[in-house]
Ligand binder design. Sequence first.
Ligand code: ADP
Ligand code: ASP
Ligand code: MG
Length: 400
Amino acid sequence: MGLIVQKFGGTSVSNAQRIMNVVKIVTDTYKKGNDVVVVVSAQGDTTDDLIAKANEINPNAHKRELDQLLSAGEQISVSLLAMGIEKLGFPVISLLGWQAGFNTNSIYTKARIKNIKTDRLQNEIEKHNIVVVAGFQGINKYEDITTLGRGGSDTSAVAIAAALNADKCQIYTDVEGVYTADPRKVKNAIKLKEITYDEMLEMATLGAQVLNNRSVEMAKKYGVELEVLSSLNPKPGTIVKEVIKLEKMLIRGVTKDTNVALISILNLQDTPGIAFKIFSKLSNKNINVDIILQSFGRDGTKDIVFTVEKENGPVAVELLEDLLDDCKVICNTDVAKVSVVGAGMESHPGTASKMFEALYETNINIQMISTSEINISVIIDSKDADRAVYAVHEKFIPNE
Ligand code: ADP
Ligand code: ASP
Ligand code: MG
């Protein structure tokens, strides 16, 4: 018995039957004597559909209006889920982000949670209500609705678990846990029993969308142990925590990220301060730069190549063309980042060459390489990305 936070993603609540399936999981947990806070996402593809509707009318609309619109998706699911719980005779109340006390900053569409004022939540729990909270949304100091970025309901769930000091935080989704690669793409992917926060954070940041990376960051910060499991086939999933049992796995997973644009600046004057000028111009516009590569100078010029999020590609080119009038700036969005992640590689030389061998054997050309203590990433053509994930996965985690 205790306080349990359960989060259900879009597929888990996509129609009436799925909602009643969630009602069963939630009420079974409540019947065992637990207090339950449920966090839900918008149904199915609702968020994508709302974005498409907005783009039809005005693709350059103020992001405040976009957040006003997108928050409607989660508003639909909380009320429907509450109606389903009520139907089975359990006490329930649904709350939107602002009603649940989610205060955020004002970066519309990518807001960060500043704090959760938990009075209302606690009040409802004391009344023994099952509390159904809209994920992905909050309110800023102007009392305007904000959203937390795509996949943000995971963060809402972890934030509530941290704020209420919950005993458990379960992330129910449409796969049975965290796998060594996307199980929908790689049929030999293996479900992990456990994964550390650090490895999960890398995997999420590098494209494993099963958990939003901010949610993992927050779980680590506040020591919230997570379980990722299936709402359709409930059985033990994957536990995400600080320290896990030693396993003989060199790598924990292979990921793919197609949200990448590669910017090349060619024939740049090789003068001191130029890199500072370029990257400060981008950071002033909140453009995050990922991998950076600089060529050796030749005849007084050099090339700088780097990656940004796909949506920032055109803006980055525009800014740099303004700044640098005598060189060529090119943006390539047909690229992907494929990575291997695992704490085991720190103590095992040869991980990089093994990855490169898999790509060589599959005839895939590497455009850029970057490494950290627990990951190796390559930038390749997006058309090769799925083949690359498959080949690299086979190399490290062969079919048993
Ligand atoms: P939800 O709607 O429940 O939040 P998401 O679609 O955001 O679900 O995330 C679940 C999806 O993440 C799965 O359907 C799967 O295709 C994808 N995925 C990508 N990489 C992995 C991985 N390594 N392990 C598990 N799922 C993964
Ligand atoms: N509905 C939002 C999205 O599709 C938030 C979430 O699902 O976590 O991104
Ligand atoms: Mg998600």
